[in-house]
Design a protein around this ligand. Structure first.
Ligand code: S3P
Length: 168
């Protein structure tokens, strides 16, 4: 079983992905971490040195590499992963996609504390961050909505997440 967790930055994909993989007894991959290991540098450095376009190509390459080489896993994707190339179609064809749909005000609360490590928001004021979240979220919704499963509950509960996946 291949499970892809998608959703906006700050939606808890890594946190829930790790717990889900432990509960299901299958490997966990954090796509950002894997991209960073593949490139030999942290994500903010990839953006700064090589640009977002290069990052998106790497992200796609690593997504395919992991998906093709493992039968079973939970993957926490990056916030933009389903929104570039045909990645969302690829994920839907390869396994089960799960969108963690966290409300914008909660994303703001989390992201405002995490700006420095996140290249797309590191230079934004708090007001700019608020409008970035609503603008980007509106742009990306058409991709996130293609997930097989949507999790709207906040906070997320692991047991209901598992129940949704097995009843999809
Ligand atoms: C991005 C989200 C990040 C990371 C990169 C770009 C985005 O992942 O891939 O900074 O475009 O939303 P997380 O959603 O895991 O923070």
């Amino acid at each position: 079983m291949k499970i892809f967790l998608i959703g906006f930055m700050g939606s808890g994909k890594t946190h829930w992905g790790r717990l889900l993989s432990q509960k299901l007894g299958i490997p966990f991959f954090d796509l950002d971490e894997q991209v960073s290991a593949h490139a030999g540098k942290p994500i903010p450095e990839i953006f700064a040195a090589d640009g977002e376009e290069h990052f998106r190509l790497l992200e796609k390459e690593v997504l395919y590499m992991i998906t093709e080489s493992h039968d079973s896993f939970v993957m926490a994707c990056g916030g933009g992963s389903p929104c570039f190339f045909n990645n969302i179609e690829y994920m839907n064809q390869s396994g089960t996609t799960v969108w963690i749909n966290t409300p914008a005000d909660i994303l703001f609360e989390r992201l405002v504390k995490e700006k420095p490590g996140r290249p797309l928001i590191k230079d934004l004021s708090d007001d700019q961050l608020r409008s970035f979240i609503s603008r980007k979220f509106a742009d990306r919704k058409i991709y996130y909505e293609q997930a097989a499963i949507t999790v709207d509950e906040e906070p997320v509960h692991l047991d209901s997440l598992i129940e949704k996946i097995f009843h999809a």
